[in-house]
Write a protein that binds this ligand. Sequence first.
Ligand code: HSE
Length: 442
Amino acid sequence: MKKVNVGIVGYGTVGNGVAKILEEKKQLLKKKSGVNINLCKVYTRNWNKEFLYPLPEEKKAYSYEEFINDENMDIVVELTGGIDFPLKLIKEAIEKGKHIVTANKALLAEKGKEVFSLAEEKGIRVGYEAAVAGGIPIIRALREGLVANKIEKIYGILNGTTNYILTKMYKEGLDFDTVLKEAQELGYAEADPTLDINGTDAAHKIAILASLSYGGFIDFSQVYIEGIEHIDSLDIDLGRELGYTLKLLAIAKGHNGEVEVRVHPTFLPDENPLSKVDGVFNAVMVEGDAVGETMFYGKGAGSMPTASSVVSDIVDIAKSIALGVGREIEITSMNWEHKDLVLTKVKDFYTRYYVRFTVPDITGVLAKISTVFAKYNISIAAVIQKEKVLSLTKKKQEKVVPLVILTHTASENSIQNAIKEIEQQKITEEKTILIRVEDEES
Ligand code: HSE
C-alpha cells in the first residue's frame, strides 16, 4: 500500500484536531482511501505549552528549516493565521514539489491568484475545503457534485460569530454590545472579533466560492462588505413585523458576464430556510441551472469539524498521489481560469430595501418622502410608522418616530440618491438606516 507523508504547520485548535484524526483513525482512513497516510512532522513556534492532542517528540519540528527541508513530506498542511508567513511557506513548499492543504481563507481570497498560478505551473494541488464553512463540504460539492451546473446564485451564512450575535439579538431582544460581550465570555467570539463583526471573514469565504463558481480571480478589494456592528435591535423588531429575519448574508450572483459579490446585513423572509439557521451554525444555498436550489448546513468552525474538512483534502490528494496523478497530471485545484472576473459595481446592485427614517410625527412628512421615492422610480411595498417606540429614550419618543419603508426591487444608485435628497431636505432627525432585503423579487 502506498504511503503518503503529511506535515502540518501551525498546531492550534484545528491542527490538534487534524493530528487526532490522522492518528486515531489511521485504519479507517486506510480502509476508505487505500492509502497509508502518515503524519510525519508538525511545526509550531512554541512547543512549551499544553496541547489538546500531545505529540511524541519524533513528530515535532523545532525549526521552520527542519520542517520545510524534510524530503519525505508529500503534503504540507498550512494551519497558521495571517497572510505573509503562510504565503512564504506555501510558495516554498510548492517550489519543493509538495502538495498543499490550507484552511486559510484570507490568504486564498487575497492572494489566491499568486498561489494557484504557481501551483498550476508546478503541477501541484492545493486543497482548501476547510477555508470555507468549516466542516461543510461545500468546495467539493461545487467542484464535483454540482459540476453539471451553471451556478446562478450562491449565498449563505458563512460566519458563526455574527450569526450567534444576530440570533441572540432576535430571540432575546438584547443589544449588540451585550451579546458580543457574552459571546466573548463563552468563547464563541474571538478576543479580537473585528474581522468577523465587520464582515471581512464572510467576504473572504464568499470570494473563494464566487471564484470557484464563476471560474476566475476576484479582486478582493472590490468586494462590497458591510458588517453588523451598527445593527440596532429596533430594526430587528421592525423587520420581524414585516416577516423578516436579519442575517449577515454573503451573496454571489452571476449575470450578464459580471459577478455580484457582497456581504451585508440582510433581511430574509421568515420562510427562507436560512432564516432558521441559528447560533454558530453556517449554511450555504446554491442555485444551479440543472439541480435547482440546494442547501448545505453544518458547523462552520471548531477543531473537529474543520479538521474533518482538512483531512478530506489530505485523503483526496493522497489518493491521487497513490494513483500517480498527483504531480504528473495536473488537476486544477480551483477550476479557475486565468482570467479576472468583472465585479458588478455597487451602484448597479438591484435588490429590495428596508429603509428606516427617524422623523417628527407631523403632517406632510410621509408625503415628502414618498415624492422623492417616486422621483427616483422606487416603488413602495409597505410602510410602518410607530406612534411610540419603547426602545427610544423618553426624550426621543416625544419628538420623533421611526418610519419604515419597504421597497420593491430598485437599484442601489436610486435608493442612495433618494436617501441623500431626503436627508438634504432636513426631514429626518437621525442618520437613515438602510438594510437590503433578499427575496424572490430581487
Ligand atoms: N471566525 C469564524 C466564524 C470561523 O465565526 O465563523 C472561522 O472562519
